[in-house]
Design a protein around this ligand. Structure first.
Ligand code: IMP
Ligand code: MG
Length: 183
């Protein structure tokens, strides 16, 4: 599997350090919470980020899960975000933190933010590990960003291509011949 990677963009150590710093920022943001927060995690790409992040958070928290599909099969282009399923605690009046792996066109986060807001939470905050800054729409509010990256398609640390490579411990780019031709 490692042989399929042409370039490591963010190393395992750099991810660990940045996730720790993000957790510190979030701990400060939520220092005043008494009833804890609800993390709404977007599956499946965010599971590794979530697992590493929450073990560094000191406050009480619950997890909600939401599945959005936009990259069906062997594709590196969004085909439009669709809400596939949701398993969420009651969000009304609660402090909600949405977690996603990567912000690209913003279709996914916009869909999830709208869905969460419909449940009338007290406050909605969004954190992403990666942001493709050139693509991300200016009018989509994101409060915490791990790393800004270039527009290329990346895998690892939860992110997949055609369902694979989520278990790479770093963020990298695949060799070009591995991507199936798309019309
Ligand atoms: P958006 O809806 O275009 O912002 O895309 C966000 C979703 O698409 C993310 O939650 C990822 O699941 C997926 N995605 C976007 N860019 C990449 C990438 O470079 N590698 C893997 N998945 C990606
Ligand atoms: Mg995703």
């Amino acid at each position: 599997m490692q042989d399929d990677v042409s370039k490591v963009i963010i190393s395992e150590t750099a991810i660990r350090d940045r996730v720790a710093a993000l957790a510190d920022e979030l701990a400060r943001r939520y220092a005043d919470t008494s009833d804890g927060i609800i993390l709404v995690t977007i599956l499946a790409g965010s599971v590794i980020f979530l697992a590493d992040l929450i073990r560094r958070l000191p406050m009480k928290m619950r997890i909600g899960l939401i599945t959005v599909t936009s990259y069906p099969g062997a594709t590196t282009r969004s085909h439009g975000a669709i809400l596939a399923s949701a398993s969420l605690p009651d969000l009304r009046g609660r402090d909600v933190l949405i977690i996603d792996d990567i912000l690209d066109s913003g279709g996914t986060l916009r869909l999830v933010q709208d869905q969460v807001r419909r449940a009338e939470p007290r406050r909605v905050t969004t954190a992403v590990l990666l942001r493709k800054k050139a693509n991300a729409p200016a009018n989509l509010p994101v409060d915490f960003v791990g790393f800004d990256i270039e527009g290329e398609f990346v895998v690892g640390y939860g992110l997949d291509y055609n369902g694979l490579y989520r278990n790479l411990p770093y963020i990298g780019v695949l060799k070009p011949d591995l991507y199936e031709a798309e019309s």
